[in-house]
Design a protein around this ligand. Structure first.
Ligand code: GRF
Length: 180
């Protein structure tokens, strides 16, 4: 059973749902995340874990881990989750957290990967699915696919093209992990 953490629009969550994968819980650090709306539309339980409601990040992360565990979650997918996870969460799901990122990691980690790739003038970008550790977009790569940067690309057009690849790659990798 899969738990998804998302902070934004939730198109990668949608790809998991559309692929028929067993997503049983979706949590966000933002009450206004579009991903929560998508989860509700799919009748998936949602949880909001905003930092302001907790004394510190580890306490919030511990609560989120308990919430997911009590819902039977065995595998956690970060689908556009914009906070670094702290030890209580990483320990609870050790080796069972995957992330999707819009670059060919280890190149261009971080929250502004698409902007930074365009600024650097790369001709090739990509999508990466990897296991999560305590670092920023570090951890062993599970799958990676190249995406060309086209003349005239801006952040929106390049990110859209990368996301189209993410929406295929992420469900593939998650399905494989579920079968293990
Ligand atoms: C994706 O590009 C993902 O790689 C990155 O954040 C974006 C999330 O998009 N980590 P969405 O919320 O799934 O639409």
């Amino acid at each position: 059973m899969i738990g998804v953490l998302a902070s934004g629009e939730g198109t990668n969550l949608q790809a998991l749902l559309d692929a028929g994968l067993p997503v049983v819980a979706v949590a966000s650090n933002r009450a206004d995340a579009g991903a929560l709306e998508r989860a509700r539309d799919a009748d998936v339980t949602t949880g909001v874990f905003e930092l302001d409601d907790y004394p510190d990040r580890p306490t919030r992360d511990a609560a989120m881990a308990v919430w997911l565990t009590t819902r039977g979650v065995k595998l956690v997918v970060l689908a556009g989750y914009m906070h670094l996870l702290t030890e209580p969460f990483l320990d609870a799901f050790a080796g069972r957290i995957v992330n999707v990122h819009p670059s060919l990691l280890p190149a261009f980690p971080g929250a502004h990967a698409v902007e930074e790739q365009l600024a650097a003038g790369v001709t090739e970008s990509g999508a990466t699915v990897h296991l999560v550790d305590e670092g920023i977009d570090s951890g062993p790569v599970l799958a990676q696919e190249r995406v060309p940067v086209l003349a005239g690309d801006d952040v929106e057009s390049l990110h859209e093209r990368i996301k189209a690849v993410e929406h295929r790659l992420l469900p593939e990798v998650v399905r494989e992990l579920c079968a293990r």
